[in-house]
Ligand binder design. Structure first.
Ligand SMILES: [Zn+2]
Length: 314
């Protein structure tokens, strides 16, 4: 029955997209998909950051999986048939929304699992420039304050799914929110070391609008969303102008895209290349940012040390 439903979804998707359907051929056979025997609810997140938050708040009483894997670029992801099967079996689907997972919504329109929008209640920021101009910037999780809203939405969704363990979910939420407050304080203290005129974050993707809003600093970027992931000569020139005009000490780039354009900006200005920022994906467990909290801490450390290091020289 489930297999039949999957095929139907595939067929509908093919019809909607004129037959050009990006499904990879790596679907395991039905026998290869291990059934869940422990009875825990399966919570399916669209990407690793949300999955990690759900795993922390859900603890041992839920099983959490992410559709996109560590290191994967989330914006232009193409779901596989086994992703669709996982979605069919999920008891709860957690999604960022704000246009991040258009690829996912299109393929799971017939899914009857409860869905929770973890960004509900976030004060949205619009994208400026490029083909996505005017749309909502989806990267709210990069602000530790917004991360607390995500965590509360996840705790609420888990409690609705599994009321019996609601107290545990909310208790873990409070501990997690306190950690996020600590990271926000670390960011504020770090930025306070940097002269106000040097407090600008220049990156490849415009993924830091929520973080810079929280921190009260300006931002510039080479392209608005990684779905584009290339910069035009005009964007590079504009970024060079911004860096020169604001005497920005360092520029950065994200882990899931090439940093060549950001390095080119550094070459053309007095800025240094400040390092890699993690945004759209966690790393694997043995990598530098295996959790959401580590991802945020890594960004805060890299940005503060990049901007203070160069500021000390200049
Ligand atoms: Zn992104």
């Amino acid at each position: 029955m489930k297999r039949w439903k999957t095929l139907l979804v595939l067929a509908c998707g093919a019809a909607l997209t004129g037959g050009v359907l990006a499904i990879s051929a790596e679907e395991p056979s039905a026998a290869e998909v291990a059934p869940r025997s422990d009875g825990r609810p399966l919570v399916l997140a669209t990407f690793t950051v949300i999955a990690d938050m759900a795993a922390v708040i859900g603890g041992e009483t839920v099983e959490v999986e992410s559709i996109t894997k560590p290191g994967a670029e989330v914006h232009g992801y193409e779901p596989t048939a086994s992703d669709l099967k996982a979605a069919e079996e999920a008891d709860l689907i957690l999604e960022n929304g704000m246009g991040l997972e258009a690829w996912f919504e299109r393929f799971t329109a017939n899914n009857d699992a409860p869905r929770a929008l973890v960004s509900r209640g976030i004060d949205e920021v619009a994208i400026e420039g490029g083909e996505y101009d005017g749309r909502v910037n989806p990267h709210a999780w990069m602000s530790p304050e917004a991360g607390q809203i995500y965590a509360a939405n996840i705790a609420a969704a888990l409690t609705q799914l599994d009321p019996q363990h609601g107290d545990q979910y909310w208790s873990r939420y409070h501990a997690y929110a306190a950690e996020l407050s600590g990271i926000a304080a670390e960011l504020t203290a770090g930025l306070a070391q940097i002269p106000p005129q040097n407090r600008a974050l220049v990156t490849c993707e415009g993924a830091f609008s929520y973080l810079t809003r929280t921190a009260g600093i300006s931002e510039a970027y080479l392209w608005p969303v990684n779905a584009e992931s290339t910069s035009t000569p005009r964007q590079v020139a504009a970024t060079i102008d911004f860096v020169k005009a604001n005497r920005v000490p360092a520029v950065f780039c994200e882990s899931t895209v090439s940093d060549a354009a950001a390095r080119a900006v550094a070459d053309e200005t007095d800025a240094t290349f400040g390092g890699t920022l993690y945004v759209d994906s966690l790393s694997s467990a043995d990598g530098p940012v295996p959790t959401y909290l580590e991802l945020l801490r890594s960004v805060v450390r890299t940005v503060v040390s990049g901007l203070t290091g160069a500021a000390a020289i200049g």
